[in-house]
Design a protein around this ligand. Structure first.
Ligand SMILES: NC(=O)c1ccc[n+]([C@@H]2O[C@H](COP(=O)([O-])OP(=O)(O)OC[C@H]3O[C@@H](n4cnc5c(N)ncnc54)[C@H](O)[C@@H]3O)[C@@H](O)[C@H]2O)c1
Length: 426
């Protein structure tokens, strides 16, 4: 099979502006939607983003069913609950998701399974699910992010925790992409600092992972263009989004965490999140994300500050960034220039640096930022011990969609060493 020679750029339509959430009722009207489903998580129902959406629909006379029991860090069961609610809600012409990645990802699954009902695993990524393609167009979905993190408003990816395996997996198809993302910096004003930190570090990792992913022309060429994966590998278009989002995160993340009233910083960070989404949505993410899925799924009793939920959870951004320094130490030999450039964009002094030090320079830069943002210092701070490593490796190995675009192939033994390195950082 010859290598691929082409790459494709796909993203949702986006509209950016402070206060743009208020336009959602008019957007639904213009789409011809008479009755919509509005989804949000319970923490947001009475905060400004949730209230603004409902007021905007009321004003424009758009009827809606309202579901605010989205689980933060969704599971297969919580997605099925939202799907059942939608199926029992009568005719729906459109969906509005107002919330973080948990809500927007749940909305994508609701859209898919209410339009093309199927066994839940049918569309889920192989080898866990059957990986069937989305059969046709879906209902209009308007995504309104309230975190500056996942970039889910731009991507065709929906992630959930598959409880049986204690690891995350997902559904990935371009047709899942929201029709429109309303990117409104007013919506992140109420983010607790710890959530702003964790979600912002997710942006940073999206950018570095997509920039360091294996290049698109090292993958086999698909038989038909429709079979070209969304996670194609690094390419010249996604590089631009990745580097610019990294530059913005380097400049504005600490400011948003330390001062939520800093309008300029919040505006830039929610844009950085969407930019990183455009990059990784077309290039992909690799080992830090692949390894994060069992880190989240195997959680025991970790209860992070700022997350108002009843269950134990490892916030997504935290589960990713704790692996990142150890991963980049491992992957840098495959493309040291790119690791060094990412470190420089993050503010490291790379003048005269040796390429063989690129991984360590990038890792140190990330560790310093994690400290500044009060992140837990490695997986041991979440309660993991070296005895957990075999299970963490086992949960990473099925994440083919991600692990295969790592610039350096990681065997089970390599993953075990990377997890050991990620237990704590000096
Ligand atoms: N689809 C994708 O491309 C993609 C990419 C990365 C991550 N994800 C997934 O997204 C999920 C994580 O999403 P997330 O990090 O955006 O967070 P989240 O949606 O899980 O929300 C985190 C917490 O912040 C609260 N919150 C959200 N917005 C708030 C606001 N404006 N004010 C006050 N509180 C607010 C929520 O109530 C919740 O307690 C994970 O399941 C992850 O796997 C998806």
């Amino acid at each position: 099979m010859p290598n691929d020679f082409a790459f494709e750029m796909a993203a949702s339509n986006l509209r950016y502006g402070p206060g743009v959430t208020d336009e959602v009722g008019m957007d639904l009207g213009d789409l011809g939607a008479r009755r919509a489903l509005v989804l949000c998580d319970p923490g947001l129902t009475d905060l400004s983003p949730g209230r603004t959406v409902r007021a905007a629909l009321d004003r424009e006379g758009v009827e809606y069913a309202f579901f605010d029991s989205i689980r933060v860090e969704p599971t297969d069961a919580s997605m099925l609950e939202a799907i059942d609610f939608a199926l029992g809600s009568g005719k729906l012409d459109a969906i509005v998701a107002v919330g973080g990645g948990s809500t927007i990802d749940t909305a994508k699954a609701v859209n898919l399974y209410t339009t093309y009902p199927a066994d839940f695993l049918d569309y889920v990524n192989p080898p866990i699910g059957k990986g069937k393609p989305v059969p046709g167009p879906l209902k209009p979905l308007i995504a309104i992010p309230t975190t500056a993190g996942t970039g889910s408003e731009t991507t065709g990816v929906s992630i959930f925790d598959f409880a049986k395996l204690h690891a995350k997996t997902g559904i990935a198809h371009r047709r899942l992409k929201p029709t429109l993302g309303l990117v409104d910096p007013e919506n992140t004003r109420s983010l607790p600092p710890s959530v702003a930190a964790s979600t912002g570090l997710d942006v940073l990792s999206h950018a570095i992972e997509s920039y360091t992913a294996t290049p698109f022309d090292t993958r086999p060429r698909p038989e038909r263009p429709v079979l070209r994966p969304a996670y194609q590998g690094a390419n010249p278009i996604s590089d631009i989004w990745a580097i610019e989002s990294l530059r913005m995160a380097a400049e504005y993340l600490v400011r948003t965490v330390e001062d939520p009233s800093d309008d300029e910083a919040r505006g830039r960070m929610i844009l950085a999140s969407a930019y990183a989404g455009m990059g990784f949505g077309n290039a992909g993410v690799h080992l830090p994300h692949g390894m994060s899925y069992p880190v989240s799924g195997m959680v025991r009793d970790y209860r992070p500050e700022g997350y108002e939920v009843e269950h134990a959870l490892v916030p997504h951004g935290t589960s990713v960034i704790l692996n990142a320094p150890a991963v980049f130490r491992f992957t840098s030999s495959a493309c040291p220039e790119r690791h060094l450039r990412a470190a420089a964009v993050l503010g490291a002094d790379t003048e005269g640096a040796q390429l063989e030090d690129a991984g360590e320079i990038l890792a140190s830069q990330i560790i310093a930022l994690m400290r500044r943002l009060n992140m837990p210092n490695g997986l041991s701070a979440l309660g993991y011990t070296p005895e957990d490593i075999p299970k963490l490796v086992e949960g990473t190995l099925p994440q083919h969609r991600l692990t295969k675009i790592s610039p350096r192939r990681a065997s089970a033994e390599d993953l075990a060493r990377i997890f050991a390195d990620a237990m704590s950082y000096e």
